[in-house]
Design a protein around this ligand. Sequence first.
Ligand code: M6R
Length: 602
Amino acid sequence: MCGIVGVVGNTNATDILIQGLEKLEYRGYDSAGIFVLGGTENHLVKAVGRIAELSAKTAGVEGTTGIGHTRWATHGKPTEDNAHPHRSETGRFVLVHNGVIENYLEIKEEYLAGHHFKGQTDTEIAVHLIGKFAEEDGLSVLEAFKKALHIIRGSYAFALIDSENPDVIYVAKNKSPLLIGLGEGYNMVCSDAMAMIRETNQYMEIHDQELVIVKADSVEVQDYDGNRRERVSYTAELDLSDIGKGTYPYYMLKEIDEQPTVMRKLIQAYTDEAGQVVVDPAIIKAVQDADRIYILAAGTSYHAGFASKKMLEELTDTPVELGISSEWGYGMPLLSKKPLFIFISQSGETADSRQVLVKANEMGIPSLTVTNVPGSTLSREANHTMLLHAGPEIAVASTKAYTAQIAALAFLAKAVGEANGNEKAKAFDLVHELSIVAQSIESTLSEKETIDAKVRDLLETTRNAFYIGRGQDYYVAMEASLKLKEISYIQCEGFAAGELKHGTIALIEEGTPVLALLSDPVLANHTRGNIQEVAARGAKVLTIAEENVAKDTDDIVLTTVHPYLSPISMVVPTQLVAYFATLHRGLDVDKPRNLAKSVTVE
Ligand code: M6R
């Protein structure tokens, strides 16, 4: 949430900042701004709305050093006054910030009497505090920044500029992501390597509660007491082409289409030359040692946990419990004696999940992160990591990460089960079954026009809708409804089909869209009974069924896949339903209102 980019010592500073912000726009897009210096004058430019609005205001803005920010509002409305960068009382210090400062009101009251603030943000208070220590109390910039860091509580990634000195950017972080990018003759800072991949693939990590002095030809890492810390750089394995849209109108459609390829990449990543499933033995042991698996996640990743629960339980013989990260961060339930925490997170940066991981580490609970982003915070701080190999996911609506998460957990379940001699695991030919899944997805993707036509009729104008299903289909219904509501703004509930009659069926009226998911031969007929019940009350029903349970009247029919993997293939038509519904309603598919891709605030 919120994206930061900074550059020091490059004559193209403005272009680098704008291009970086475009790449970071998925982290927040209600307003943006840059501060550039080192030319004939200093420039502070801000705009409400998308980066394109900001870019249009930057003609003639030149310099060698600058910082930029794309905002997802936490404190104060999306206005130019609240947009970053923010300036100190005299205007000398300029700051961008990602995160939430918990004690900003106390700081204002205790230290900043008589100061004038333009907006309502916590960030403005932080830069005033630094300015006060430097200008009113006579500290050096470094000392003033450190003193402020000792006082500020909360989550932050800061990039600070002293407008009297274009040779340096000061940065610090706590709980919010920030990286240093190493260029040739210049250096950069950013929230995400993707923002700088055009310039460099050499990066340096910053740990929590570290301060970094970034100059064109040097990078010095310190703790808040001034002790130097050594840090080596690493090469990011990102490809510029991975982060482009190509010929696609939206990232979401590109990412939906990539899913068969992702399934095949996962097969490559988790099998050896003989086609045997290979998972890090230390991870297998961690599962074997556990008496219960706790899956912690948010949003779509949480739903992927549900979709994997039955498979994990049956193949590893270990009970699986699910937790919503934001609920567990501050209230851990009674745990089993030998818990293993599995964090599922596309970004690996979700603050709610990290909050739980920090607690788990304090309690000595072993942990595994299943993530798409190597080197992400949740990956670094957990004991083990399994990667999704899905390539960057940029659309706010998560698609390929969900299917990759279930597939990655299938490799884990299979590997542990085999190691334990579990008969079901031995009989589960995962590589073959995933290849069938990839083909099933391909065949669904070839039906886009049909899905598009059905969706227009059903969802173009409705205010609400339901997805229903039983068993695994219920879990997919939860994900399908999140996808539909987050981008089309249709209020949608994912419901256990049999539960409707216990109250919620009261909401069904003439024309209410109900989308039913049917994949399980034992449960499908029961769900069909529930379909009759809603149809009798006027619902417009669309059915999505696997071939083994399909009837001639079903609207979308999918190739049958292994029951453990059916959530992977069943979710794909629902992703397309959400995509086309959003297009028909004239909305921005990739950047829905009020959201950001990477949720780095609690
Ligand atoms: O990066 P994470 O997987 O931890 O993100 C968790 C959720 O914020 C995320 O899945 C969110 O629900 C998606 N926008 C849904 O499409």
